[in-house]
Write a protein that binds this ligand. Structure first.
Ligand code: HEC
Ligand code: HEC
Ligand code: HEC
Ligand code: HEC
Ligand code: HEC
Ligand code: HEC
Ligand code: HEC
Ligand code: HEC
Length: 500
């Protein structure tokens, strides 16, 4: 870089930085001080955000000195010299430099931009190992490597063309995909070149990253790791408070296909959270039920470590977000027992489709958890409820979920039968014809039957918000849509007869 003219401003910034920064409990490394000398001027937002984080306030050694139940780091030991300084810019952005294909020379340091789960693992190994077993960590492959879902991507993201005779379909382009499906599922981030940029401190070289920016849960990182911890712990505060609040999950879980946040927001739990959470402590570790919070958030039911006021453990923390989920109520196309492996792209049914159930709804047992495992996970979820509800309330709730799964699957099957009839009679071209099953009008209605209405109904039963199980995307639409699919079948038959 060209140093002329900027040395003065760097020195000035650093002096201002030292005067303005909140007192750090932990010492900063020399490398991090060098980053700050520039970055307090270049990216003051990042530096300010980091000042508010635990990473600025305490060193790994201090973190490890806490009682086990209050620890925020899961490593048993953190190597020197990392242990004794604050976790600063250099500690994260220079970690495992040799494993990063995005490493580059930056003002005398070898750094990378994409700090990955493998980098966090030096101090947080348990969270990283657990997260890797999560459907979320595999969300890229689960979508992009499953040939049966390819049609859904094309129908949604492709540029369709009216030809006068019909509509022709073209594959989607990578920029649209990155802005659509894989903005949540995660993109494939690779180094695709080097660019020289004019910065406020002269010319510098940076690696060019493909499909960047992205914070999808299953992002493929340049060091070969999967996922992005910042999808729930946004940089640079990396806070537990943010992850425990439902708004964070809402970014990706809002629907109408995945309406977890919508149903939660209008549930009693969500209402209590919005009304009284100013009296809650979202930062406490461990998290005490009744004292720190009085109604569950997404994190409480799916991930959090929860104790009672006697210190008794109700639920152990997990970053494997399916540890408490017996079912996959997100049905493509049917709800079914949860998959065993995080990577679902290998699942094949008897008909050769990459679905966890047959088209008629029977689960493909080889790939799905056993009844014993389902019971164990059910028990783990109920242990959370039991902190605030009695057994009769909890059992009554889950009996409704069993029925909701059964009735919504039944309604999906009826829609599938109508579509299968249309395919058989040659009124639409789908699976039997080796064509995209999700691009003609009657097929789109079939997709809505399960993707929107089946899922919405089940999510409303599982997590509250009854409206979403009835007149807002729920049972009403399931019934109406089925009727319309049948009428559409008759219309297609009449059209075909008229053409003859
Ligand atoms: C001499 C000043 C200077 C020093 C020292 C410095 N940086 Fe930078 N850094 C910059 C400038 C300028 C940019 C460009 C910002 C932009 O694109 O607007 C930058 C960009 C970056 C980026 C973003 C790269 C990208 O992908 O676009 C990261 C990450 C980064 N610096 C981290 C660090 C770390 C970590 C250190 C310390 C080890 C450090 N920097 C030291 C000036 C500096
Ligand atoms: C705990 C680890 C950690 C620490 C400490 C940390 N970073 Fe980062 N930083 C990250 C992660 C993770 C990302 C990428 C976020 C993502 O996955 O999207 C990132 C991204 C960045 C970027 C690119 C952001 C953009 O929008 O272009 C810059 C620049 C950067 N960091 C600078 C810094 C500076 C300066 C410091 C010190 C004040 C710092 N980082 C401290 C983990 C860290
Ligand atoms: C060099 C060790 C180190 C690395 C690397 C590291 N952390 Fe941390 N992390 C810590 C320490 C130390 C604390 C605070 C411990 C304490 O004060 O009890 C912490 C705390 C946290 C917390 C809890 C914050 C809160 O509000 O309670 C989260 C979340 C977190 N880190 C996420 C990350 C993520 C994500 C990464 C990677 C992008 C990362 N950390 C990288 C050492 C590290
Ligand atoms: C707003 C974020 C977001 C976008 C955009 C998004 N998804 Fe998803 N997707 C999710 C979430 C969240 C889940 C998990 C749903 C659940 O478990 O309730 C999911 C799950 C899936 C699954 C299940 C994968 C498996 O086997 O486990 C498929 C298939 C899928 N999405 C397809 C798509 C397609 C196709 C697109 C683009 C047309 C898309 N998604 C766009 C958030 C998103
Ligand atoms: C950046 C987007 C994103 C954010 C933020 C996000 N998720 Fe997800 N989540 C997904 C996607 C995508 C999937 C589906 C992955 C698949 O099926 O392949 C998913 C799947 C899940 C699953 C099913 C997991 C399993 O293994 O069966 C649960 C439960 C879940 N998310 C809960 C949450 C909670 C709770 C939060 C907030 C603390 C959250 N998610 C934040 C995108 C996100
Ligand atoms: C889907 C959302 C989500 C993702 C992605 C995620 N976390 Fe978390 N994380 C949470 C939630 C929720 C909590 C709060 C758990 C609790 O209340 O006990 C948490 C808590 C933590 C804590 C604090 C633990 C403690 O002992 O206080 C650390 C550290 C952490 N996460 C690290 C990570 C790392 C590293 C990654 C990337 C591999 C990651 N997280 C990815 C949601 C997420
Ligand atoms: C009161 C506890 C509770 C709260 C609060 C809660 N959930 Fe759930 N969640 C459940 C239950 C119970 C199920 C269904 C169990 C099953 O699928 O086996 C479920 C299912 C899910 C699923 C479907 C998983 C799958 O594999 O099909 C996702 C995704 C999810 N929840 C995300 C969230 C998000 C995001 C929030 C917050 C906006 C949230 N949950 C709030 C209890 C809760
Ligand atoms: C931290 C406490 C807490 C936890 C944990 C909790 N709930 Fe609740 N829940 C409440 C409170 C408080 C209400 C409001 C009850 C009232 O005023 O009648 C409520 C209400 C409900 C309702 C009534 C909704 C309605 O519209 O009638 C159901 C059903 C419910 N909870 C089920 C569950 C289930 C199932 C779990 C576990 C998966 C769970 N809750 C976990 C505190 C909790």
């Amino acid at each position: 870089m060209k140093f002329s003219g900027c040395i003065f401003s760097i020195l000035l910034t650093f002096t201002l930085y030292l005067n303005g920064a909140p007192a750090a409990a932990a010492e900063l490394s020399g490398e991090t001080e060098a980053c700050l000398a520039c970055h307090a001027l270049v990216t003051p937002g990042i530096v300010g955000d980091w000042h508010a984080s635990y990473h600025y306030k305490s060193s790994p050694a201090e973190g490890l000195s806490k009682r086990r139940s209050s620890r925020r780091i899961s490593a048993e030991q953190v190597p020197e010299p990392l242990a004794d300084t604050a976790v600063g810019c250099a500690e994260c952005h220079m970690m495992n430099a040799d494993k990063h294909s995005d490493s580059f020379e930056h003002n005398g340091f070898t750094i990378h931009t994409v700090v990955s789960p493998s980098d966090c693992a030096t101090c947080h190994p348990t969270e990283v190992t657990e997260f890797a077993d999560n459907l979320m960590a595999e969300a890229y492959a689960n979508l992009m490597h499953n040939p049966t879902y390819a049609g859904l991507i094309e129908s949604t993201n492709g540029k369709h063309e009216f030809t006068g005779q019909g509509i022709s379909f073209h594959g989607s382009d990578p920029v649209t995909d990155a802005d659509s499906c894989i903005s949540c599922h995660g993109t494939d981030v690779k180094v695709v070149g080097v660019e020289t940029r004019e910065t406020m401190m002269g010319e510098m070289d940076f690696p060019q990253l493909s499909n960047w920016p992205n914070t999808g849960v299953g992002r493929l990182n340049p060091d070969g790791s999967k996922g992005s911890c910042s999808s729930c712990h946004m940089r640079h505060q990396f806070s537990i408070e943010v992850a425990r609040k439902p708004y964070t999950c809402a970014q990706c879980h809002k629907g109408p296909d995945v309406p977890a946040y919508k149903v939660y927001a209008v549930s009693m739990h969500g209402n209590i959270q919005k009304s009284v959470d100013k009296n809650w402590d979202y930062k406490a570790v461990p998290w005490t039920i009744g004292k720190d919070f009085t109604a569950p958030t997404c994190a409480t039911c799916h991930a959090s470590e929860i104790i009672d006021e006697n210190g008794e453990l109700l639920a152990k923390r997990t970053h494997r977000f399916n540890d408490r989920l017996p079912w996959r109520i997100f049905g493509i196309p049917y709800a079914h027992p949860h998959p065993i492996a995080a990577d679902t792209s290998d699942i094949v049914n008897q008909a050769g489709l990459h679905f966890p159930t047959e088209l008629t709804g029977e689960p493909v047992p080889k790939f799905l958890i056993s009844p014993a495992e389902m019971e164990k996970r059910q028990g783990a979820m109920e242990a959370v409820c039991a902190g605030c509800h009695s057994d009769q309330w909890i059992k009554g709730h889950f009996a409704r979920l069993d029925t909701s799964i059964e009735t919504t699957n039944h309604m999906t099957l009826q829609a599938t039968k109508i579509l299968a009839q249309a395919w058989e009679e040659g009124l639409a071209a789908g699976i039997p014809q080796g064509q995209n099953p999700t691009n003609e009008a009657i097929e789109l209605k079939w997709v809505e039957q399960w993707l929107f209405f089946g899922n919405s109904t089940r999510f409303a039963t599982a997590m509250g918000g009854a409206d979403y199980g009835v007149f807002a995307d729920g049972r009403w639409y399931q019934a109406k849509n089925l009727q319309e699919m049948y009428d559409y079948l008759k219309f297609l038959r009449a059209t075909k007869a008229a053409e003859k």
